[in-house]
Structures are given as C-alpha cells and as structure tokens.
Design a protein around this ligand. Structure first.
Ligand SMILES: Nc1ncnc2c1ncn2[C@@H]1O[C@H](COP(=O)(O)OP(=O)(O)O)[C@@H](O)[C@H]1O
Ligand SMILES: [Mg+2]
Length: 339
C-alpha cells in the first residue's frame, strides 16, 4: 500500500477537505485528473465524502460532473489520482467498488420498451438474486417508489418523474451503501423534484452515502451536508451551504428596535452601520460567524442596549455560485477551501 494511502486509511481527517474526525470516508479522491484529448476536464481534484453523508458536486453544464461520477463508479478510467470508494482502491479492485455502489442518472439503465416490473426483475437477475427474492425485492421497491400501479406498463409510457423513480428503484436492488445520483432532478417539474428530494432524504436516514451532482444550487442547499463547486476543472470552493455563503461579501446582521431611544444610542455608538430610521433597524456588515455574533451581543450587553430582534443575513447560494464561476469571484480567495 502506498504510504500516503495507509496514512489516510488510519486517519481520514487528515484530508483537508473534511471536518469530520471519526467517521470513515465512503469516497476519497486525491489528485483526480481526466482529459479528453487536450481538453482537461478534471484538473487533479480532491474529494472526501464521509460515510452516511450527502455530498454534492455542483457545477454548470460541461463542468465535468458526469465525468467524475463515471470515474468514481468505475465506468471510465481516470488519467491520474488516488481513488477509494467504499474503502476499495478503484484501480486495484474495481469489482469490489462495483459491488458497493449504485449509480443512477444521465446514463440510465432503464429500458423503455419493457415494463417497470420487468426492468426491476432484470436488475434482480444481474444481482444474482433468486427468482423469489428478486420478485419480492421488485414488489417492495416498486411499492416504495409509488410505482405499483404502473408496474405492468411499458416504461415508455412513464412520466419523467416516474422514470427517475424507477431508475433509483433499480439502483437499490443490490442494496448499495454508496449511491451516485447524476443530476437526479434535471428536467423534473417542481413536485417531482420535491418528491425525489424526499426519497433521497430517506435513503440518507438509512445510512446510505449519496454523491449527488446537480446544477441546482437550491438542490445542493436542501440535501447536501457538503458542497463542492466544480469550475474550470478545479474545486472552486468546498464547504457546507452555510460556509459557502459566508465566503462572499454581502452578509450582515440586522438589529431591530422598538424603542427609538435604544435605536438612537445603538446607531450612534456602533461604527459601520447602515441605518434604517423608518424601521428602527441597523445593519452591520458581518460574515454571520459565531465569533462576530458574540462580539455584537457582547457589545450590546455592555452598552446596556437591548435589540428586539437580531437576524443574520447571508448571501444565498446563487450569489456564491456566480461569484465563483464567472471568474469575477471572491477577491483573494477564489480557490479557498472552507474548513
Ligand atoms: N467521451 C468524451 N469525449 C470527449 N469529450 C468528452 C467526453 N465526455 C465528456 N466530454 C467533455 O468533457 C466535459 C465535461 O463533460 P461532463 O462530465 O459530461 O460535464 P457535466 O456532467 O458537468 O455537464 C465537456 O466539455 C464534455 O464535452
Ligand atoms: Mg452531466
């Protein structure tokens, strides 16, 4: 074993990409690189996904999300990188990786000409389940994904949402502990999207690790424990949704008063505030961190001033995304990794 691998296996938190200390990593990539011809798609990226968490790889069309999923799920080979999935070395033991994972997405295995049930039974065959077990699994999963009624109809008659649900049901036949979802809700209507989100949450509550790619900031915000923004072949930023939002300027704390006297004294005493005399509210630039909030609260306490309401406003993920991917970016820290 490569000495660095040994170190990582003993001490997963050594990886700078995660703040998790004790949990093992379901997916770990170091220096993952892939080019097509002279086009670099992945320029040596690092990824670390703790077991039982949702990790979202977020990026615009063509960013390299599917390429990353295909590599990590053994469908194509990386040019370089030390890659582990489910504790198995991707290069040395792709079979073991394949046995540990499920993949759902853009390169879906769903066959439109046959019924949902037939698709499920095919999948059960692929996983070498016995006839009875395959049937039972198919029935259970079709039920779970609300496809029982449609089970005997050809998949070509299914709606987009139903096809995605069937795709995911097929993925779950082998009871994988790590699932790759490549843009699972792209093109779905809002109701089907929320439906899919709920399904993903249930998977996670069963302890499944989810590697989710998406172009939707809202989706990453809703589902992911950690988000990596993929841009120009590199991870432009990585962290929780909250951490990413704090990366870009525009956040502030708003203090609202009902007592005009308290408002006045706070406005006079606090530097760098924006006043809203009408609403008796003050805005203080802030990254929303605990340290800054404590400082503001301490200051209010020591001045004997009581605000009636304190709210933290962070820029939303859209702001972050556009700041990171259009090159205008965050001054001085566009490649920052949030810890
Ligand atoms: N088989 C291939 N041959 C050549 N270029 C490819 C191939 N697959 C993907 N690409 C290119 O790699 C880039 C990343 O593609 P992809 O991983 O599909 O992005 P995403 O999933 O983020 O939309 C794109 O520019 C795409 O055109
Ligand atoms: Mg893709």
């Amino acid at each position: 074993m490569h000495p660095e691998t040994a170190l990582n296996a003993r001490c997963p938190n050594l990886c700078a990409m995660t703040t998790t200390t004790s949990r093992s990593l379901a997916i770990a990539a170091k220096g993952l690189a892939k080019a097509y011809g002279d086009k670099t798609v992945l320029d040596g990226i690092d990824l670390a996904v703790p077991t039982g968490t949702v990790f979202s790889l977020l990026g615009p069309n063509g960013a390299g999300k599917t390429t990353a999923v295909k590599i990590l799920s053994t469908l194509i080979r990386a040019d370089a990188g030390e890659l582990h999935v489910g504790g198995h070395d991707l290069a040395a033991d792709p079979q073991a990786v394949r046995a540990a994972i499920g993949v759902t997405g853009q390169f879906s295995a769903v066959d439109g000409l046959i019924t949902g049930e037939e698709n499920m039974l095919l999948m059960a065959d692929l996983h070498h389940l016995s006839r009875g077990e395959g049937r039972r699994t198919a029935v259970e999963l079709l039920e779970r994904f609300d496809l029982t009624e449609a089970a005997k109809k050809p998949v070509s008659t299914y709606s987009g949402g139903m096809k995605r649900r069937l795709d995911l049901a097929m993925t779950l036949v082998g009871n994988p502990r790590i699932i790759f979802l490549d843009e699972p809700t792209t093109g779905l209507d809002p109701r089907s999207r929320h439906n899919m989100w709920q399904i993903i949450r249930e998977l996670v509550s069963d302890g499944v690790t989810v590697f989710l790619t998406t172009q939707y900031l809202e989706e990453a915000d809703e589902l992911a424990d950690r988000i990596a923004v993929l841009n120009d072949g590199k991870i432009a930023a990585e962290g929780s949704a909250g951490e990413l939002k704090r990366l870009i300027p525009g956040g502030h704390v708003r203090l609202r008063f009902t007592d005009p006297a308290a408002y006045q004294s706070a406005a006079v005493a606090l530097r760098e505030v924006t006043r809203d005399d009408e609403a008796l509210a003050l805005q203080i630039p802030s990254d929303g961190s605990q340290r800054e909030l404590r400082a503001i609260l301490d200051w209010l306490d020591s001045a004997g001033i009581e605000a009636d309401e304190l709210t933290v406003h962070t820029p939303d993920l859209d702001d972050v995304f556009f700041a990171l991917t259009d090159g205008a970016g965050v001054p001085d820290q566009p490649k920052e990794t949030v810890r």
